[in-house]
Each structure stands twice: as structure tokens, then as C-alpha cells.
Design a binder for this molecule. Sequence first.
Ligand SMILES: Cc1cc2nc3c(=O)[nH]c(=O)nc-3n(C[C@H](O)[C@H](O)[C@H](O)COP(=O)(O)OP(=O)(O)OC[C@H]3O[C@@H](n4cnc5c(N)ncnc54)[C@H](O)[C@@H]3O)c2cc1C
Ligand SMILES: NC(=O)c1ccc[n+]([C@@H]2O[C@H](COP(=O)([O-])OP(=O)(O)OC[C@H]3O[C@@H](n4cnc5c(N)ncnc54)[C@H](O)[C@@H]3O)[C@@H](O)[C@H]2O)c1
Length: 476
Amino acid sequence: MKHKARLAIIGAGTAGLTALKEAQRHTDDVVLINYGPYGTTCARVGCMPSKALLAAAHGYASRRFLAEAGIRGTEALSVDIPTVMERVRALRDRFIAGPIQLAKSLGERSLRGRPRFLDAHTLEVGENRVEAGAVIIATGSRPVVPEPWQALGDRVVTTDEFFEQRTLGPRVAVVGLGAIGAELGQALGQLGLEVHGYTRAPFVAGLSDPAVNEAMLAALSQSMEIRTGANVELADAGGKAVQVHAGGESREVDWVLASLGRRPNLEGLGLEALGVATNERGIPDFDPRTLRLGDLPVYIAGDVNAAQPLMHEGADEGRIAAYHALHPNAECIGRRAPLAIVFSEPNAARVGLGHAQLPEGAFVAGDADFSRQARALMAGRNTGQLRVYAAREDGRLLGAEMAIPDGEHIAHLLAWVVQQRLTVDEVLQMPFYHPVVEEGVRGALQAARKQLEASRPPLDLPLCESPAAWALGGED
Ligand SMILES: Cc1cc2nc3c(=O)[nH]c(=O)nc-3n(C[C@H](O)[C@H](O)[C@H](O)COP(=O)(O)OP(=O)(O)OC[C@H]3O[C@@H](n4cnc5c(N)ncnc54)[C@H](O)[C@@H]3O)c2cc1C
Ligand SMILES: NC(=O)c1ccc[n+]([C@@H]2O[C@H](COP(=O)([O-])OP(=O)(O)OC[C@H]3O[C@@H](n4cnc5c(N)ncnc54)[C@H](O)[C@@H]3O)[C@@H](O)[C@H]2O)c1
């Protein structure tokens, strides 16, 4: 069958479906093509089920604080893994319903199959042929599993299979402690499994600031044994076990969670028909602002371009790609301040420029130690470190890294500040209630300000002519 459309979208994940919604503001002449399960990676095997599991794990882990705070009976609590996993799947099923319905709502214009480019306007999808004014590639990514590990069958699990598990062997090796390894490794440890975490890099949970990373490692070590700098090899230990070799040591586990990163889904798309240059990962060169491949009517959005593999970025990229695909001469659309959060306890987060991206010698850093933070102490969550980075020249906040309680919220506040290009002084003039974790942020900002040379107002209060004058009974 032949289909003609103004726009063809390949992939019904977050980026593809947001592209669809953006395109539908301008036209109904859209074809959506998906190969693989519907429901989006985020809702099906990503953001949502992982956070549902973390909620159960963090809840169970809070029994230690409850006992310390004088609540009796917590020793009677126990974990029923099959029920924990069943609840995660039940929630997952609710979250995927909307995306599945959206893809279905296109009727015959929603094609199931594996498309291949014949040229920049033409796709072959099995028996179907689609001729499109423009095409968006939004095929996402899949977990990396080294080839030799594949021989170990279902003893090596990725997030594609993890949430389908009914029971979980008691001893697990989590290999790779990026976002997935930190979240799921901690959850499994808190739920009572024996967790051995291995990672090649010195950094965990997407952090790059050595001081914050140290605090995060200490927190994660409460629920798992961690080895950094580990080059892991796996071997069949016979029966149902796996032998994990790293750094001259060896250990037997029941199963392995492979969280080594993800690879873009580009195979079989026939990109060679487009004649575009690709980088070492096989990703075609694209304009980072418009997501367009050279001057072709082809765009690449979401995890598949590996630029910002996060849900909200994928959604924005879907919108950007669809908008440019339908308005090729439109002005450039801006991006939001970078923000990445890992939902371990404490939350690890990076805002704006991370430590590794800071301009050398042109910034100051302010620290806050959350082991002494008053509100965190009350809740028995006093652990971690916050570091804010400000431009030495004008005090503008450049970014932050943190491993702190309620970091998910603090990271949002700081991302908004970074995007508004506010200075340390301007933020310190904002209200801070007492007693709240935000007072820790104030501490870090004050520590940064001590190192700034610029002249400053004498008090951390807005001046009369500032927009907040109304609060003091001013005219407007
Ligand atoms: C365990 C885990 C936890 C995560 N947690 C978070 C989080 O808390 N917050 C956050 O922001 N991000 C999180 N992420 C990342 C987030 O899920 C992704 O960034 C986001 O889902 C990417 O969306 P996408 O549309 O690019 O890809 P996807 O949602 O994967 O969509 C790609 C679609 O393309 C289809 N497809 C693949 N190949 C082809 C092909 N050849 N032809 C046609 N269709 C194809 C796939 O079946 C899929 O439907 C997490 C990821 C994982 C794995
Ligand atoms: N909360 C969130 O936003 C969230 C949660 C989970 C996943 N995600 C997204 O999902 C994507 C994938 O996550 P991920 O954790 O798999 O990838 P990642 O890239 O974040 O981390 C992979 C880790 O594995 C390590 N590694 C790689 N090869 C190794 C090897 N052979 N031996 C030992 N260690 C090795 C790396 O050093 C790295 O630390 C990320 O891009 C992330 O943005 C986001």
C-alpha cells in the first residue's frame, strides 16, 4: 500500500509522540511508523517503573529512621518481592495506556513495521511505501550488553527484562553505576538483596564533581558494595550462577543487571541511502539547534541522537523536529537549562554546567555539607553535599552538582535560576523559610559569594527599587 504524508515519524516513543502532537497543531497529514513494543521506553521500562520500585525501596529503608525516632514494631516489616514487582507492573500498565492510545488514534496512518529509507522522501515499511515531505527519526536506544555476556542467557538482565521478573535471586552484580545502576542498585539493596556494584569510571550517578561524587559513593555504599575502576568480565559458574571477575577478585552471584549505557537504534534504517556523514557511534551529523541532517528534509530527535538522553529533552526535541520539519525556514528555537536528576536517596543531580564542563579558572564553587543541615537532621536524612558554581566575573550562577535529600526539588529551583541568568546576590535576595533544606542552598551560595570579587549590596535583601518593593508596602 502507498501512503503519502506531509510528515512521517519513525518511532512511537516520547520524542516521536511529542513530534506527533506538535505536528497535529499544524496538520493531520502525518504517518507514524513503529517497530517494537508501544508505550514508550520511559513509561514501559524506564522512568516510571524504576521510580515505582524506588518508592517501595525507600519506604522500606525508612524503617531505620522510624526505629531511631521511637516508632516501635518496624522489625516486623518484611519484603514480598513478587508483590513489589506486581505493583510496579500494575502502575507501568497505567502509565503506558495513554501513549499506546495516542499511537492507535491515527488508525491506518499508524504503521507497525521496520522502515528503511529508499531516499530522503521515501520509506519502505514491509509491503508499504511511504512518501513524505519530511521524516523524523525518533527510534530511541537500547541497552548495551557485551557480546560474550549474551551466552549467559537470562542470568544477565537489562532494564528491558528487569520489570518482568517475578522473583529476584538474592545475590546480584550491578555492572555500570550511571543513572540506572545507581537507582536500581540502591533499590535492590534497600529491598534486602546482596548487591555488588561495579563501574569502570570513578564517577557514579552522572556526577562529575569529585566532592559530590564522594558523598554519593558513601550514600550508595549503605546498600551495596561498590568497586569503581572495575573492568568486569563474566563467566558461567555452572548451574544458575555467574562468576564476576574484576580487579583480580572474583565473586559468584545469581544474576547480573547490565547497566552499561545505551546504544542508538539506527540499524536497518538504510541511512546509507541518505548519503550523510556519521560519527564514530554511527549517528548521522545533525544541526544541534534544528536537529536537521544537513539540508535534507530529515530530522533526528530523542535518545537516538544521544545528545541529551532524558525524557523531557526527548519531548522537547520531538517538538523542535516537528516544528522545523513543517516550517523549514523558521527561526531557531531555544533550549531549556540542562537538568538531570537521579532518584536515589539522596537524589543526585546536575544543573546547568556540571563540574566537568566549567570554564577553567573562570568560576568559583560554594559548598554545603548536608550532614549538618538542620531540616535534613530532623528527618534522619542528613547526608550529602551540594556545590554551586558561579562565574567569577559577574557572579552569575553557572550550574550545580548535588547529592542531597530533596535534590530533585533543589535542582529544579537552581535550573530555573540558571536559565534566568541570575547572580548569586540576586538569588540570596529571594525568600528562604526556616527550617527548610533550601537553607542549605543559601549556605552554598554564601560560600560562593565569599570568593567573588564584585561589589555587593550590604544586606541579603532586595533594594527598594527592585520588583519586590511591593512586599514592603511600596507603590507597585
Ligand atoms: C531504566 C530507565 C530509567 C529512566 N529514567 C528516566 C528518568 O527518571 N527521567 C528521565 O528524564 N529519563 C529517564 N530515562 C530516559 C528516558 O526513558 C528516555 O530518554 C526517553 O524514553 C527517550 O525517548 P525516545 O522517544 O527517544 O525513545 P523511546 O521512548 O525508546 O522510543 C523509541 C521508539 O522507536 C521504536 N523503534 C526502535 N527502532 C525502530 C525502527 N527501526 N523503526 C521504527 N521504530 C523503531 C521503539 O520501539 C520505540 O517505540 C530512563 C531510561 C531508562 C532505560
Ligand atoms: N533518573 C534519570 O533521569 C535516569 C534514570 C535512569 C536512566 N536514565 C537515562 O538512561 C540512560 C542509560 O543509563 P545507564 O545508567 O545505563 O547509562 P550511563 O551512561 O548513565 O552509565 C553507564 C555506566 O556504566 C559504566 N560502564 C560502561 N561500560 C562498563 C563496563 N564494561 N564495566 C563497568 N562499567 C561500565 C560507565 O562508566 C557508566 O558509569 C542514561 O542516558 C540516562 O540519562 C536516566
